[in-house]
Design a protein around this ligand. Structure first.
Ligand code: IFM
Length: 461
């Protein structure tokens, strides 16, 4: 047996987001978000559900924070619901909304859990969407006002702040139609991306204005690196390369290099989807950051031949595919860290702010327990590669499992369970899964034993 050991100061936690766990959609003056409205349109959510109740964290936050403590978590990652605090998106503040987060922060402090807060995790107030949402260039100002309010109310109590979580979700919502608000225009998608980047820059600028002594700010971006299915096939390689540009690099480049990469500019020109970019925009976007939040779940394999791709997709069982049909490729996190270090020379600490895998048929067995061995294997694999990057000098400071609880998984509804804890959405009963028990034990000893590196190192695609 071999042993993986993390340094004492390495932070372990779990991540959540407001729209996915809180519920209380109509409670105490909250305004609707784009996801409340989108979910109520027919055919948008796989099981026809909406986030109205979700895990009812709005009412059960005390028990859930106690649960996080029971799992030995050191940090709790959550997001603020913009429309709970500013139902109209700006202007009049809903004091009851602020009070809820005060209570959550008090409870985290009582349980000695370090708060890690995201300002925006996909749930734009519908009132702002009614004014064009992220398509409106004013969105950067709206976001700035909201962020300043949070910094003034909670600044010092939160050591880790992130402006945005996975800005690509807005692109999916405006360009691909499968996320809220449900538009299908590449041009809109590229424009909203640009506005989210401006909002991010504005949020960081506002943060610096507050001179918070013990708090740091960053952004959370998901890196799903695209690989060619046939590495010696030029079409597959070109396809993967372009996808890398269109996805995570479209954020990393402006944030760290102060502009869009040539390949993306060319793509946007050729496809008539160039966003309106004003003089000075990239200076606003490229603000020095204190840390980088990396969300990493997997890689994507691209094949230019649709028939071959389909054949490949149909083989997704056994081998290095998990029972949920996803490829087991834990090296994805190592690749992402390398990319941040080599291509972007980021030079700031990295936190892995999300990592997890869904179960579609998970339910308690006859013994009342949830045996999710695949999830344990998945986490071990990613932690193995994180440890390897650390050993090679990467400055990775922490790891957050996605997620503390099964929750409302956006357009997949309740059918896609990512939790360390099983949630019965009818009774709101919680059952810690085997993965939660394993994680708690792993955190206690800051490490785990494994058989051979081969378990995690091979890609048997
Ligand atoms: O549930 C989402 C989360 O909101 C953002 N990152 C990916 C998770 C799993 O799909």
């Amino acid at each position: 047996m071999k042993q993986i050991q993390f340094p004492d100061h390495f932070l372990f936690g779990a991540a959540t987001s407001a729209a996915q766990i809180e519920g209380g959609a109509l409670a105490d003056g909250r305004g609707p978000s784009i996801w409340d409205v989108f979910a109520d349109k027919s055919g948008t959510i796989a099981d026809g559900s909406n986030p109205g109740t979700a895990c009812d964290f709005y009412h059960s936050y005390k028990q859930d924070i106690a649960l996080a403590k029971k799992l030995n978590l050191q940090s709790f990652r959550f997001s603020f619901s913009w429309s709970r605090i500013l139902p109209e998106g700006y202007g009049k503040v809903n004091q009851k909304g602020l009070d809820f987060y005060k209570r959550v922060l008090e409870e985290l402090s009582r349980q000695e859990l370090i708060p890690n807060a995201t300002i925006y995790h996909w749930d734009l107030p519908q009132a702002l969407e009614d004014q064009g949402g992220w398509q409106n260039r004013d969105s950067a100002e709206w976001f700035g006002e909201y962020a300043s309010l949070l910094f003034r109310e909670f600044g010092d109590q939160i050591p880790l702040w992130a402006t945005l979580n996975e800005p690509i979700a807005a692109y999916v919502g405006y360009a691909q139609g499968i996320f809220a608000p449900g538009y299908c225009s590449e041009r809109m998608g590229r424009q909203v991306n640009h506005h989210l980047l401006l909002a991010h820059g504005e949020g960081v600028r506002r943060f610096r204005e507050e001179h918070l002594k013990d708090s740091r700010i960053g952004i959370v971006i998901d890196i799903w690196k695209h690989h060619p299915f046939r590495p010696d096939n030029p079409d597959d390689c070109a396809m993967a390369e372009l996808e890398n540009e269109k996805t995570y690099r479209s954020y990393l480049h402006p944030i760290f290099h102060g502009g869009y990469a040539d390949a993306l500019m060319q793509y946007m020109e050729q496809n008539q989807c160039m966003p309106e970019i004003r003089l000075g925009d990239f200076e606003r976007i490229r603000q020095p950051l204190d840390f980088f939040g990396l969300n990493c779940y997997n890689r994507v394999v691209d094949c230019a031949d649709p028939a071959l791709q389909e054949l490949e997709n149909s083989k997704k069982t056994g081998g290095n595919f998990q029972d949920n049909g996803n490829e087991f490729y834990p090296k994805a996190v190592y690749d992402a860290v390398q990319l941040l270090r080599d291509e972007y020379q980021i030079g700031i600490p990295i936190y892995v702010t999300e990592n997890g895998t869904p179960g579609y048929q998970e339910a308690p067995g006859m013994d009342g327990k949830v045996h999710d061995q695949d999830r344990i294997t998945y986490m071990k694999g990613f932690l193995y590669w994180i440890q390897k990057a650390l050993a090679e000098g990467a400055d990775i400071r922490g790891y957050y499992a996605w997620s503390l609880l099964d929750n409302w998984e956006w357009n997949s509804g309740f059918g896609s369970r990512y939790g360390l804890t099983y949630v019965d959405f009818k009774t709101q009963q919680r059952i810690i899964k085997d993965s939660g028990l394993w994680y708690a034990q792993m955190i206690r000893s800051k490490g785990f034993a494994y058989d051979t590196p081969g378990e995690f190192e091979q890609s048997r695609r």
